[in-house]
Write a protein that binds this ligand. Structure first.
Ligand code: ASP
Length: 443
């Protein structure tokens, strides 16, 4: 019974996604110009396209993303505090942090190496003769010292207000440790945070029931504007990035998960489906964070003490999909501009892209800014980004889905190695669905 209902949420999200994409393309074909299909009204002429794309889809999509983002800071703060004070032995924190950060960096390095290897096999930039017509601002890579200093908020409320995740994480960890060490008053505060965490997670599952409509609006609006012509010369680049992303998610992750935990990777991929669609539609690991948290804890069985730490950390510092795009883009731009990269250059690209992903928020399009840093490192022209910008939106969506899959996989590995993992929940295909069913009645 619960199975039937819960399957219907996933089905509804998939239908919302497919309907959005199809309707977007239909609108694009029927009304390529903004002023098409003008409906004359007494007071003003209303363009049907304007009404749909700039009206309904835009409002629906933006409200959906904003309502997810609204939960990110409170969710991270509250669950991280619950996670930290439930750990009791605070020295464990260092070990968990070390494992998570180590795995995040290693998977990113694997991703970018694999992507460059694939790009060098296919040579997507050979024979492409294009002139950059879009200029792109590059940004300096922050030094390691800067990254460390900026992790500590001088004003936690400013960190909350700006949504600076690394600062929120650091403050929540310190606050949680202090609660754990404060005896009776600490216990009282901890139980308040436990209750808050339950309420916020409830809100997450309530909002998930709006997903089919939100996803529909986002994708319909987007696909009305995606221009098929831009793909022309870039089709090879696009396909190499796309296949590298798909292979990384369906081969590298499952193999790593099987090797390091012995768990069935197919179940992992099945349970990732909804979260991946959220990431695909929003192009933002940050906005997807509440869903990633709900999936890893309620559906996959990782205890909150681990997931509350590793998921927000991953959404902030782990971007395997982004690194894949950067690897292929670097090779592509070097080939287009006829620059020969040496082995040292490739190693430098791996190192820079891996480190650059730390401290970069999971928001749409940020991967291109990071790419500018990588190109700078090996002396490639940053204008090269202008060549690929046209097809980046679709790749951004796909790589964000890979980014959140990587966060979830590392969360499971760390949870299992710390014995903070419930295997029965992982293998229970109905886990976490009952609440969704209850919430679908509420919403
Ligand atoms: N949109 C990606 C994310 O949020 C980052 C990027 O590659 O632009 O994970």
């Amino acid at each position: 019974m619960s199975n039937k209902k819960s399957a219907s949420l996933t089905t509804r999200i998939v239908i919302g996604m497919a309907a959005g994409i199809i309707l977007g393309f239909i609108l694009q074909m029927l009304m390529p110009n903004k002023s098409d299909f003008v409906i004359p009204l007494y007071i003003f002429d209303l363009s049907l396209r304007g009404l749909l794309v700039d009206g309904i889809f835009q409002v629906g999509g933006k409200v959906f993303v904003a309502s997810l983002q609204m939960l990110v800071v409170p969710l991270v703060f509250v669950s991280l505090i619950c996670g930290t004070c439930s750990l009791k032995d605070t020295s464990k924190l260092g070990r968990i942090g070390g494992k998570a950060i180590g795995l995040y960096l290693i998977t990113t390095a694997i991703a970018i190496s694999f992507a460059m290897f694939l790009a060098l096999l296919v040579n997507p930039g050979e024979g492409v003769n294009m002139v950059a017509n879009t200029t792109f601002e590059s940004r300096e890579a922050p030094s390691l010292a800067q990254v460390i200093i900026q992790m500590f908020p001088s004003n936690p409320f400013a960190a909350f207000a700006n949504g600076n995740m690394l600062q929120v994480i650091v403050f929540a960890l310190l606050f949680g440790i202090a609660i754990a060490l404060s005896g009776k008053p600490g216990e009282r505060i901890a139980s308040l945070f436990e209750d808050l965490s339950t309420v916020i997670m409830r809100l997450v599952t309530i909002l998930m029931n709006l997903a089919p409509y939100g996803v529909f609006c986002l994708l319909a609006g987007l696909f009305t504007d995606v221009s098929i012509e831009t793909f022309g010369n870039l089709i090879q680049y696009f396909l190499v990035v796309f296949f590298a992303l798909v292979l990384h998610a369906t081969i590298t992750y499952p193999v790593l998960l099987k090797l390091l935990t012995g768990l069935n990777p197919l179940i992992f991929l099945r349970k990732m489906r909804n979260t991946a669609i959220f990431a695909f539609s929003t192009s933002s690991s940050n906005a997807t964070l509440p869903i990633t948290m709900a999936t890893t804890t309620k559906k996959m069985g990782v205890k909150n003490s681990i997931a509350s730490f590793t998921v927000p950390l991953g959404a902030t510092i782990n971007m395997d999909g982004t690194a894949i795009m950067q690897g292929v883009a670097t090779v592509f731009i070097a080939q287009v501009f006829n620059v020969d990269l040496t082995l040292t250059d490739y190693l430098l690209v791996i190192l820079t892209a891996t480190l650059a992903s730390i401290g970069t928020a999971g928001v749409p399009g940020v991967g291109l800014i990071m790419l500018a840093m990588v190109l700078n490192q090996v002396g490639l022209p940053v204008e090269g980004i202008g060549l690929i910008i046209g097809v980046d939106r679709l790749l951004d969506m796909t790589r964000t889905a890979v980014n959140v899959t990587g966060d979830s996989m590392v969360t499971i590995i760390v949870g299992k190695s710390e014995k903070q993992f419930d295997e029965d929940v992982f293998y229970d295909m109905d886990a976490g669905q009952e609440q969704e069913e209850a919430d679908s009645k509420v919403s």
